[in-house]
Ligand binder design. Structure first.
Ligand code: CA
Length: 658
């Protein structure tokens, strides 16, 4: 592949007098045909208004200009492989089979010009009552991404059950129903914004929200569910999350309204991007415009399957690399996206990811980039050149999910019934310690004893996403039930809170699955990607059933937000200020000393006890204020203790300071 060629994916240039269509396609095809339609729905409008032959106007470039005002028209391209809206449609009809000519400017909600990607200049929540400021592009210093708290959610999970279920009790937020169950607009409603703001999360990471294939947008009256890891059109919001998937502008405007509402509340929006594979190979927009150019193939010519979904894109090919670069830049500039989570980032090559980091830094350095540092199968590309976890040190400013800490807490991904630290099993303490440092180099961590990584893979703690659960695998409640035999509700609550206390006091970027704060469960379903609402929906009665859990999460997140000691952001500072204390099995303890990170507290001691009994731990002599104990957090202080011995209650965290 020619690496030097520049591809410009602007497929539609509209003016009221004429519209120019361009398509990147092979030089040697006989005909490239543009078809124009009155409707976006191929089922009810089969006959084109007009067809035009496109001209070969340059290397791999075809073009045609159509006179007249085409606003509201739909279009497809065809190189002889079947109709397609192209690879970079910015607006589409229902189900994304046809592109749409629209005026993008008219999709901007009121006040959009003053909406911006949020800055890290201030810590989350400290600006919650003021409008967040934009950051000048000249700011080149890497922001301290560990100031983020990421809340991973699916629109439908979050809002579908937010019905008018009037309970006289009010907790956390007034009970209000949603007008927009399962839609982008649900996140503009006061109940949702207030809930997220009160919880204190700094970012929502939304599951795939570009146009995906598996939900039929013409049948939204029947319940359908999918996570959305089946990309169709990468640069258009998904139609089923809009109030009118037939009108191309609606989904765009409503997506922007959602971003603006969250930004106003000081909450960032992170997009889950799935460039590693497409829903389908033969019928994909890539394959229909330039066969084989966007994908990797094995030596014997078969589609490589590093995604585990039947195909694997080729970020190392110039055309795919530039497609990804232009796509993320488009989302950042058009939709003000604050961060990107790369699905199976380990399928992409290091050079592409580094170029994405450079380009997005040029747009705005506050844009956070992270991904899954693995693939789901063997890629047709050398592993040493792929953006896998082990290579994160060669990807500055990019983070990866820390399965080391996750599995040290809950147990291995390979066996839902096998527990680890949370189950009271010894042997994961060193992996926990590594995770606490954000998988960075630390003199007191022996990486030979760490579960998956025999060396610190993160250069800086900003490169490590700490978590105990996400949309994949069992959610935390289900995993605890599966791996801790005979677990009681009391234990479930204790262990859930203990797990998240490890995550939210660790030096990496903390990340949680939406609903863990209300003890969500998925009735034991391990892979709920297309399960019904009854499995995936958040049960909004849970906060009323377990108010102490929600309250604990809120206080835990606030503790992190208020204390820079938990988010030092630099390996050097972690080495200087974080000191592990000697402990026994199923106990991990550390001290953040000397006003770490400029913290108001001098020394902070954090102890995790996964044993079923209370334990004594030796701490440096002193008088301490207890701020977290036995399922309660109060930054103002729960009690005072003195001496060199403290008691940690069973299956809980203890946090003290002096
Ligand atoms: Ca769709």
């Amino acid at each position: 592949m020619a690496m030097s060629q520049n591809y410009n994916f602007d497929e539609v240039s509209y003016t009221p007098r004429h519209t120019t269509f361009k398509l990147i396609a092979p030089d040697d095809v006989k005909h490239v045909v543009l078809s124009l339609y009155t409707k976006g729905d191929e089922a009810t409008d089969k006959k084109p208004l007009a067809t035009k032959q496109m001209k070969h106007v340059g290397k791999n470039l075809w073009s045609v200009t159509v006179r007249g005002n085409l606003i509201g028209r739909f279009y497809t391209f065809n190189i002889g492989k079947g109709e397609t809206p192209g690879v970079f449609a910015k607006a589409v009809g229902v189900n994304g089979r046809r592109g749409a000519v629209i005026n993008m400017k008219r999709t901007d909600p009121e006040g959009w010009s003053s909406d911006h990607i949020l800055s890290y200049a201030s810590t989350p929540n400290s600006t919650s009552n003021s409008t967040p400021s934009s950051t000048p592009n000249s700011c080149l210093q890497t922001p301290n991404y560990t100031a983020l708290t990421v809340y991973e959610m699916h629109f439908r999970d979050f809002s579908i059950a937010r019905n008018v279920n009037l309970d006289p009790k009010e907790f956390f937020v007034k009970r209000q129903s949603t007008k927009y169950p399962g839609k982008f607009l649900a996140l503009t409603e006061p109940w949702a914004i207030n809930y997220l703001k009160n919880l204190g999360v700094g970012a929502v990471h939304i599951l795939p929200s570009f146009d995906y294939a598996s939900v039929d947008e013409t049948k939204l009256d029947k319940p359908q569910y999918n996570w959305g890891y089946d990309p169709l059109n990468y640069n258009v919001p998904e139609g089923s999350y809009s109030t009118d998937p037939y009108d191309p502008a609606t989904r765009i405007r409503e997506f922007k309204e959602m971003v603006a509402a969250l930004h106003k509340a000081g909450i960032r929006v992170i997009l889950d991007v799935v460039y590693n594979h497409t829903f389908d190979l033969d019928k994909s927009n890539f394959q229909r415009t330039w066969p084989n150019a966007y994908y990797r193939f094995t030596a014997d010519g078969k589609p490589s399957n590093g995604s585990g979904c039947g195909n694997e894109t080729a970020s190392d090919h110039a055309v795919m690399r530039q497609f990804m670069l232009q796509s993320v830049k488009y989302w950042a500039q058009e939709y003000h996206i604050d961060g990107f989570r790369f699905d199976l980032m380990g399928v992409h090559d290091i050079e592409t990811m580094n170029e994405i980091r450079r380009e997005l830094t040029a747009v705005n350095p506050n844009i956070f980039i992270y991904g899954e540092g693995w693939s789901a199968g063997q890629c047709a590309y050398p592993t040493e050149q792929l953006a896998v976890k082990a290579n994160i040190s060669r990807l500055p400013g990019i983070a990866a999910f820390c399965d080391d800490l996750r599995d040290a807490l809950r147990g291995p991904f390979s066996d839902d019934h096998q527990g680890a630290f949370l189950a009271g099993l010894a042997g994961s303490e060193e992996s926990l310690k590594a995770g606490i440092t954000g998988m960075t180099s630390h003199p007191q961590v022996d990486y030979t004893k760490v579960n998956y990584s025999k060396e610190p893979w993160a250069t800086e703690p900003t490169q490590c996403i700490n978590y105990v659960s996400c949309h994949d695998d069992l959610c935390l409640v289900d995993r605890l039930k599966a791996s801790v035999p005979g677990i009681t509700t009391d234990e479930l609550i204790r262990l859930d809170e203990l797990a998240q206390t490890v995550v939210f006091t660790s030096q990496g970027v903390p990340f949680m699955l939406s609903g863990e704060e209300m003890l969500r469960d998925k009735k034991g379903v391990h892979n709920s990607f297309n399960s019904p609402d009854s499995i995936n929906e958040l049960n909004w009665n849970n906060p009323l059933r377990y108010p102490q859990v929600l309250s604990y999460y809120k206080n835990l997140i606030a503790l992190r937000n208020h204390h820079p000691a938990f988010r030092l952001g630099k390996t050097q500072l972690v080495q200087k200020h974080l000191e592990f204390l000697p402990t026994a099995d199923c106990l991990v303890a550390y001290r953040l000393k000397d006003h770490a990170g400029g913290d108001a507290w001098n020394d902070i001691i954090v102890i995790f006890n996964a044993n079923k009994a209370a334990r004594q731990v030796t701490v440096p002599q002193g008088t301490y204020t207890v701020v977290c104990k036995d399922g309660q957090i109060d930054e103002g202080g729960l009690e005072t203790v003195s001496g060199t011995q403290v008691t940690v209650q069973p299956q809980s965290a203890l946090i003290l300071h002096n």
